[in-house]
Design a binder for this molecule. Structure first.
Ligand code: ADP
Length: 431
């Protein structure tokens, strides 16, 4: 403002001076000329400014005086605006990354249940596309009566699980959260695995109860017979022997169930240690000879000093299960070979081979299922719980190892556990 005032003062003074020195007309002409030049200069600068703004503020034009101040003020505002925009963008990106990292998918819907916003995770869960489905009704995508009821009831902060969604046979958990008077947030989470696990657990408890009930019913039956009927001494003795067998079966079952629950509770990586497994297999060879009492020809082939990072107790239990099965299922005089060695590829291999009855091919894939038995009656007779191989498999998997079963009826069976390369730290693979 000061510079404009200075210029106008300069024009007036120079016009007055020229009028005094020459004539009034020349003074006026000089004044009009100077003012016209000034207006032309201002118009030129305005056009330049407009051009500069249109060209996205590329290269600053060379200016002086007031115009230089205008350009630098605009530049300052632009820089401020740019840095605010960047900060906002960074915050938005961080928020987007956070919502993407979250297990929960997030949907924002209005009071008419129309989709306003949706995160990529929710897009994946619900098969919705933000661009295509923006503004569409959520009930057109989740066509499940219980979800519609839940949404309409407005049971905010409560959750609902919708299973078997037409989309992908998934189980999704939804939670409505009030957002503002016009909008609601719908959180959704994939709980398919959790539901499967729950069902598995329920089945497991039902099977375990059933398995325990069978010997209990037998024992009960004998006890009723003994107390209510006259039975000979020999008969009584036979019943007591049978009751002992059933009690042993129940004990084995409870032991295996406890082992299972222990496996679930303890993370093997917590117990992982460098174990000289060769020494452990050596101890098992002594135990086998004691238990077997020369009923079979058991041969152990153990390579010395093979160490692996593992949970020693769990591995011992898995190895013993396989050896014990071979002793139990192989007829008297049969041959059992146990090997613990290192391959050229640095894998560690534990193998139990027998020339017992063998197993038909169609059973092999199911042998590691819980409570699966090839011949239930024979297995129970021998105190078998049907849990042994599933425990072995669980332990093997927790150690990043792999169980292979080969068997042929009337030829024999071969159970092999492959441990990954010894150079890799097994504990890292333990889940
Ligand atoms: P169980 O407690 O019944 O032995 P497992 O899970 O250990 O349960 O084994 C499942 C089934 O696999 C057994 O019922 C048995 O029929 C069969 N089996 C396991 N090991 C052998 C083996 N070495 N020879 C033949 N059959 C076997």
């Amino acid at each position: 403002m000061g510079k404009v005032f200075n210029f106008l003062t300069f024009v007036s003074l120079s016009s007055v001076l020229i009028s005094l020195l020459s004539s009034l007309e020349i003074g006026l002409i000089t004044c009009i000329l100077l003012l016209s030049l000034w207006i032309i200069y201002q118009s030129f600068q305005q056009v330049r400014l407009l051009q500069w703004l249109k060209n996205s503020y590329k290269t600053n034009p060379v200016t002086h005086g007031t115009w230089a101040s205008i350009y630098s003020s605009i530049n300052f505002l632009l820089r401020k605006n740019e840095s605010q925009k960047n900060r906002l963008n960074n915050k938005l990106m961080a928020f987007k990354r956070a919502t993407e990292a979250m297990e929960d998918g997030i949907l924002i819907i209005d009071n008419d249940n129309q989709i306003i916003a949706i995160t990529p995770r929710a897009e994946g869960y619900l098969g919705i596309n933000q661009k295509q489905d923006f503004g569409s009704n959520i009930l057109n995508h989740i066509r499940h009566p219980s979800f519609a009821e839940y949404l309409l009831s407005g049971s905010l902060n409560e959750t609902i699980i919708v299973e078997d969604l037409s989309l992908d046979k998934k189980a999704l958990e939804f939670k409505l959260i009030p957002f503002d008077s016009n909008q609601k947030i719908v959180l959704c989470r994939d709980v398919t695995k959790l539901r499967k696990l729950e069902i598995e657990k329920k089945d497991f408890v039902a099977s375990a109860s059933h398995e325990l009930k069978t010997p209990l019913t037998v024992i009960n039956g004998y006890l009723e017979t003994v107390t209510e009927m006259d039975v000979s001494k020999a008969e009584k003795k036979r019943m007591l022997v049978e009751m002992t067998v059933q009690t042993k079966l129940m004990t084995n079952l409870i032991d295996d169930l406890l082992l299972f629950s222990k496996l679930e509770k303890v993370k093997p990586s917590n117990d992982a240690e460098q174990v000289n497994v060769s020494l452990m297999v050596n101890e098992l060879s002594e135990l086998s000879n004691k238990i077997d009492k020369n009923n079979h020809l058991i041969k152990f082939d153990i390579e010395k000093n093979i160490f692996i990072t593992c949970c020693g107790e769990q591995l011992r239990s898995a190895f013993w299960n396989l050896i014990n099965n071979a002793i139990i299922y192989t007829k008297k005089g049969g041959k059992i070979t146990v090997r613990w060695l290192k391959t050229k590829e640095d894998e560690a291999v534990f193998e139990v081979r027998d020339d017992g009855p063998g197993i038909e091919a169609h059973h092999i894939d199911k042998l590691t299922d819980r409570f699966y038995r090839v011949d239930s009656a024979r297995s129970r007779e021998r105190g078998g719980t049907g849990l042994g191989l599933s425990i072995v498999n669980e332990i093997v998997q927790r150690h990043g190892a792999f169980l292979k079963i080969e068997s042929q009826p009337n030829v024999g069976s071969n159970f092999i556990i492959f441990f990954p390369s010894l150079t890799t730290d097994v504990s890292k693979k333990v889940k």
